[in-house]
Design a protein around this ligand. Sequence first.
Ligand SMILES: Cc1cc2nc3c(=O)[nH]c(=O)nc-3n(C[C@H](O)[C@H](O)[C@H](O)COP(=O)(O)OP(=O)(O)OC[C@H]3O[C@@H](n4cnc5c(N)ncnc54)[C@H](O)[C@@H]3O)c2cc1C
Length: 405
Amino acid sequence: MKTDVIIIGGGASGLCAAIAIKQLVPQKSVRIFECLPRVGKKLITTGNGRCNISNKNITLERYHGEHKEFCKYALEKYNLSVCEKFFYNIGIPFIYEGDKAYPASLQAGSVVDCLRFAAEELGVIIYTDMKVTGINTMGKNYKILSNKLGFVTENVVIATGGLAGGEKLGCDGEMLEILKKAGFNIVKPQPSIVQIKTNNDITKQLKGIKLDANVSVLKDDKILRQDFGEVLFTDYGLSGPPIMQVSREVSKNGGNSISLDIMPDVTLEKLTTIIEERAKRFCARPLEEFFTGMFNKRVGQVILKIAGFKLSDKASVLCGKSQVIANIIKNMQFTVTGTTGFANAQVTAGGLDTTQFNPKTMESCDCKNLYCIGEILDIDGDCGGFNLQWAWSSAMAAANAIGEK
Ligand SMILES: Cc1cc2nc3c(=O)[nH]c(=O)nc-3n(C[C@H](O)[C@H](O)[C@H](O)COP(=O)(O)OP(=O)(O)OC[C@H]3O[C@@H](n4cnc5c(N)ncnc54)[C@H](O)[C@@H]3O)c2cc1C
């Protein structure tokens, strides 16, 4: 069977590309091959089910990759306002929470529904449970091999994502292997926007507690990246938005410790004075209750244990030693042992080497009419709508190139 365009992968970028091609050239036949029983399975999980669809502040600083300038053209040309219009036209007005854009429904499932409705209304043919297992060249065309049908197409758009989310979300990395065998270079994929595992038992003692902190990821005492927000202590280590945000530095750049400043607005000197004064005022109280009212009780107790005090002692023992405690509050150290891996990651850092693609069209430099879009390319964004914006922008770049032929 022959078709004009085959899109491999019915996720964010694949669905967007299919619609955009049909909007530009309705007469072109477009087919999507999706390996899972339904399209957009990962999209449904995004933004805690609310789908953080984009961000007002799309700048190159929020993106990463060996050659991250690759994404600049598409992000600027197919920017937030272009995407907002695209989604409005298929039934999804945006709303904003700070810089973050969401569908007005606040339902990720409705984004998948509207993408699917638009694709079907425009005549895109969607095949589910159809896993692509190979891509062969056939003269000027491509033969797409799958577990079901074989198809010949003039244009192939590979939108199979990375490894983040794991096999349950259709991300097994097999397409990267297929492309590697075909001669494409791969930048080693690593999990990003992911929880961080640590090797001390402090996080176990604080399990379930959330607190605001300034988070620094360090490599041999050099700060690689910092972020502020709500940290969650777990039995394996650390989670929460700022931890996810800095996790790339652990996966990709060898970050080997995390430091939390849980009172970032107070200087070390001021905090030392506060603790000294508190120790004098409450000198008769057992240390167990020393921080009660100032910190979560368990957090206060753990700080004192780290400093080597016995909780049964009286607070008077702290007099003259307040700086030691202030230091722990401003620099609570955790040794990193890794991340919780691809199954829990939101994005893949690494993927297809972007130097082998045209940044304006996403077309392969060596294989004419073969395009790669979205997370399969070595571009990953920060948490906050940046990865979906890359999926939309790269999809529109490829769609425009195909439409203009
Ligand atoms: C839990 C979670 C929450 C997230 N939240 C956000 C968020 O709020 N905002 C944000 O910007 N980003 C978020 N992301 C990241 C974002 O979802 C991805 O970056 C984006 O979906 C990538 O789009 P894609 O089209 O490249 O890949 P995907 O959306 O992963 O789509 C790839 C599709 O290809 C299919 N496929 C794979 N291999 C084959 C094959 N061989 N044959 C046929 N089909 C195949 C897969 O089943 C899948 O449907 C989140 C990710 C996760 C896991």
